[in-house]
Write a protein that binds this ligand. Structure first.
Ligand SMILES: [Zn+2]
Length: 273
């Protein structure tokens, strides 16, 4: 091969590498104390999955503003418990949100908080997601695996479970889903393998069974929770289970915001994005 051809091949390879990097998927698990908020970015498009609690919603708005984000392509609320949806009251007045989603959970209209949530959040550009729905975010895809079941009164069991993928990289986000949802997904034969798992229900022992963990087989486990949590999350039993599987476990209270990036094959831990 002559020198000109070699240079040309190197230039094409570099251009492809730069394009892949620019279009890669970034996932940030925000340190929002007792609650959850996950920021996604791919090819210039942005999404927020959950919004922290009513106080830590300010952490989310500060994080987004510091990154120059003024609008969000998608906001997805996995279920309307306060530690997941509470931040929307701070986010909606400050950011343009192009599309809003949640699990369609019904709530008592006499409860002021949920009435305000419905009025503020579900009034425009809103859609309730159901299993099998697929959303595109830049080069990434968000697949819905679980949502509200008509016969279920438990809001945690109704959580949106989402598989976020970028090429071969897969991140499974369990929201507050428990062992019964995990078993349902296993029984359905859902493709659950993922190299990044956001544990269900903040590491509570009612989620993350041995069988489920074997089905997902992650390299990284993320737990979004505050320090000295009043309910005792995460459970020691679950932390031990993760250690037995040699899964690298990261909590937001120990590490702050957790940054991951996809290289098209898997997610890896990254510095500040
Ligand atoms: Zn929660």
């Amino acid at each position: 091969m002559d020198r000109k051809n070699t240079l040309w091949i190197v230039a094409v390879w570099l251009a492809a590498a730069v394009a892949l990097k620019a279009n890669a998927l970034e996932i940030t698990f925000l340190d929002v104390g007792e609650g959850e908020a996950i920021f996604l970015k791919s090819a210039g498009q942005t999404a927020l999955i959950d919004s922290g609690n009513p106080l830590s919603g300010a952490v989310v708005t500060d994080f987004l503003k510091a990154r120059g984000v003024n609008s969000l392509d998608k906001v997805i609320i996995t279920h309307p418990h306060l530690d997941h949806m509470g931040g929307v009251f701070q986010i909606l007045p400050r950011f343009t949100v192009k599309q809003r989603y949640d699990n369609g959970q019904n709530a008592d209209p006499k409860n002021h908080l949920y009435r305000w949530y419905r009025q503020a959040y579900r009034n425009v550009n809103y859609q309730a997601l159901k299993p099998g729905d697929r959303l595109t975010l830049g080069e990434a895809e968000i697949l819905v695996l679980n949502s509200t079941q008509p016969d279920r009164s438990s809001w945690n069991k109704n959580s949106l479970v989402l598989m976020v993928s970028h090429r071969e990289s897969r991140a499974l986000l369990m929201a507050d889903a428990d062992a019964s949802v995990e078993q349902k997904l296993l029984d359905q034969g859902a493709l659950l393998s993922a190299n990044l798992l956001k544990l269900g229900h903040h590491g509570h022992s009612d989620a993350t069974t041995e069988t489920f963990l074997q089905g997902v087989s992650p390299d990284f486990a993320v737990i979004s929770i505050n320090e000295d949590n009043a309910r005792g999350y995460p459970s020691k039993k679950i932390l031990n289970r993760l250690e037995e599987h040699s899964i690298k476990t990261l909590t937001t209270y120990e590490h702050g915001h957790l940054f991951f990036k996809s290289n098209g094959q898997c997610f890896y831990r990254s510095g500040l994005l």
